[in-house]
Each structure stands twice: as C-alpha cells, then as structure tokens.
Design a protein around this ligand. Structure first.
Ligand code: 13P
Length: 257
C-alpha cells in the first residue's frame, strides 16, 4: 500500500513575509497528515522560515532545485549540503520549467538525482510531454526517455523511496488539467516501464504523482485511480485553504477508490 503524497511547489512565488502568512493560516491536522504525506517546497529565501515552523511537525520541507556539487565556485547555485542544513527532506528535480526555460538535460538531471541521494534528499523527479509532443503521439516515448536517462545507475533501494511526478507540460499553469483517465493511462504505462527496465518491486513501491492544474475540485478524481499516488501542486498550493482542501480531497479520493 503506497501512502498518498501531496506536495506544494511554490515556484518563484512568496516572499518570506507571505510564507509566514501561509503558515499562520495552514491547519496542522495531525490525523490527516498521518494518512496523507505533505511536503512544501518554498522559494530558497523562505526555506529557513518555513522549515523552522514545520520542524518536528508532520509537514516535510522540500527544495525546488540543487546544484550537484557539495560546494565551490558556482555563482548563484545552491548546494545539497545547504538544503540539508535547513531541514529539507525532498528536492524537486527536472521540473519542466527548468528543462524548457533553463535547458536542463536528462544527463544533468541524472547527476542531480545521484547527488540528492548521496545527501539523503529524496528526489521528486518530474517528467512529461509538451503539447506538440502529445499531438505527434510521442507522449510514451518522451516519458520513457526521461525516466531511463534521469534514473540511470540509481540503486533500486533508493528508487523505491523517491517520488516521480508526471506533469504534462500543457497542463501546467494552464487551468486545463489532463483528465483523470488520461493521467492514469500514462502513469500506469510509466509503472510498466519502470517494472520492465528498472525493477519490478520498485514499480510497485514507487509513488507516482500527477501534476498540472490540480485544484480542490479535481483532486478526488485523480486519487480514485489505482496508479495515482498524489499530486504536485503549483498555483493551488499558494493559498493555505485551497492546499489544505486538496490534501483532504486526496484522502477522500483514496477512500472512495
Ligand atoms: P500548476 O498546479 O500551477 O498547474 O503547476 C503544476 C506544477 O508545475 C507543479 O510542479
């Protein structure tokens, strides 16, 4: 049985002050969070403030990126050692905004995945096709490529602990989510690919989220699906009440499954 996981990706939103406001409004629902794992990935500047408040609670802290070197002359980058020091448990890697705006390649993302594990940070590896790739019937090919390259040479015991997020690029921030059936179809295929190419047990154990215009109104539909274990939420995670509603909806969806 895979524990559902809902993760907030705040992207480049929220000052420290706005982060504080979110925290003050976000209910620490122990019972709910024992059933649904919750993590928040704020901006780097808000990591310390958010992390301090959620330390010793059930809410985990995540970063939105890392540079795959412990320290050095890498102006503007952030080291895994620094993220661990602030209490991060997770790190988002391979997000489509970094792949497409900052030209990150699968082999560079693979270096980051390896580095994350070396520092006991669990990667949330994002994969997904663009609209053009989807229209050309390339969804499967693109996802397989991103998985195989991104997860090359990772130990199976590590793979089973990490999180994969299927985020079709056309659904991100567009308000047009993939239907629950479409998401389930691709995520089931992703699980098969992992089973065939990496490890059967890993395919069973690894949590795979859907991401792209998830809201309180559609989370239940996704969570009712057998292969969908949670969501990576952008816009709707910026307000404490809508993020909390999504977490509640995630539990509700799994109960109705
Ligand atoms: P939205 O929920 O705003 O579509 O963003 C999804 C996303 O990119 C999360 O990483």
């Amino acid at each position: 049985m895979r524990k559902p996981i809902i993760i907030a990706n705040w992207k480049m939103y929220k000052t420290v002050e706005e982060g504080r406001k979110f925290i003050a409004e976000f209910p620490l629902d122990k019972e709910l969070f024992s059933e649904v794992e919750v993590a928040i990935c704020p901006t780097f500047t808000a990591l310390q403030t958010v992390g301090e408040v959620f330390r010793n609670t059930d809410v985990k802290l995540g970063a939105q990126n890392l540079y795959p070197v412990d320290e050095g002359a890498f102006t503007g980058e952030i080291s895994p050692v620094m993220l661990k020091e602030l209490g991060c448990s997770y790190v988002i890697l391979g997000h489509s905004e970094r792949r497409h705006i900052l030209n990150e390649t699968d082999s560079f993302i693979n270096r980051k995945v390896k580095c994350a594990f070396k520092h006991e940070l669990l990667p949330i590896l994002c994969i997904g096709e663009t609209l053009e790739e989807r229209q050309k019937g390339k969804t499967e090919e693109v996802c397989i490529h991103q998985i195989i390259e991104g997860l090359e040479d990772i130990d199976t015991k590590d793979l089973a602990r990490m999180v994969l997020a299927y985020e079709p690029v056309w659904a991100i921030g567009s308000g047009i989510n993939a239907s629950a059936d479409e998401a389930e179809e691709t995520i089931a295929l992703i699980r098969d690919v992992i089973g065939e190419n990496l490890d059967k047990e890993v395919a069973e154990k690894m949590r795979i989220q859907y991401g792209g215009s998830v809201k309180p109104g559609n989370i239940k539909e996704f969570m009712k699906k057998e292969n969908i274990d949670g969501a990576l939420v952008g816009g709707a995670s910026l307000k404490a009440d809508s993020f909390y509603e999504i977490i509640k909806g995630a539990r509700g969806g799994k109960e109705e499954e």
